[in-house]
Design a protein around this ligand. Sequence first.
Ligand code: ATP
Length: 313
Amino acid sequence: MSVVALGESLGLLVAGRIGRLELVPTMDLGFGGAESNVAIGLARLGVPVTWMSRLGDDALGRLIERQLRAEGVSAATTLDPTAPTALMLKERPAAGSSAVSYYRAGSAGSRLAPEHLDVARIREARILHITGITAALGAGPRAALDAAIDAAKDSGTIVSFDVNHRSRLWSHATAAFAYREIAARADVVFAGDDEAELLTGEREPAAQAAAIIELGPTQAIVKLGAEGAYALADGQAVEQLAFPVHAVDTVGAGDAFVAGYLAELLAGASLTERLRTAAACGAIACTAPGDWEAAADRAAIERLLGAGDPVQR
Ligand code: ATP
């Protein structure tokens, strides 16, 4: 019942206080990455999960592997002796705002190629989880993504694709074309409403989900931030309201949501249950700072659900 999450993780330096980055004296060191965030979310929910990627032979690479192992995620990584692990800086220019700068060009993760994949692990897994970020990193990562999808499709592994558009990595038009190609080969597609519009040209969640299904997947989930989510799967449509929480940091909510959904999919839960757990995980992820640190475990979900389930339609 395992999951493989494929994609680059980056070292993360977060400004210790609000203000211009050049005047901030201290930064906290950690790491992040959409796919490893999902992997941690799944591990917290008790799902066996492997994170697959390429790292530099450096301290940031060792930090990422250590932390993932500490979270119960197994790492299937290859080391690139000549390229560094990527890095991102998160500054807080003003209260309530943040800005991220990436130092990822030429990174080990952006040199990922098909020969670096542990294909056997993908074949054995129940789910392969990928995002559009890998496709944006260059021809090698895109080829690796396609090879991973080939292996999954060959062996009945469910392909889960979260669009995760990064506008700084490529143009809208190039990205939209690639997302449509990948979505057409996926079984489960997650997209924020802006991403769903990019993918389908539609503006309403119901029309977006229907248009995603027309591309080929059997499950389409549109994430709507503090409004909740809309899903269409096997002919059934479900709307899920967000759980009201005091949100302090919404980064990573989408990844936590995906982890909750996939954990319930593996457990054979209904679409309504999958969405409820996903929304609970998304809400809980907003309640503390960090891209993955606040990912929910089962006890946290029980506590939130016990506090009152918002309306489902
Ligand atoms: P990110 O890329 O920042 O991780 P995303 O755009 O992929 O996020 P969102 O739609 O922001 O995903 O969030 C995913 C889910 O988390 C939502 O569908 C919702 O259920 C939950 N969520 C997000 N923001 C809030 C919030 N402020 N309060 C409660 N739940 C939230």
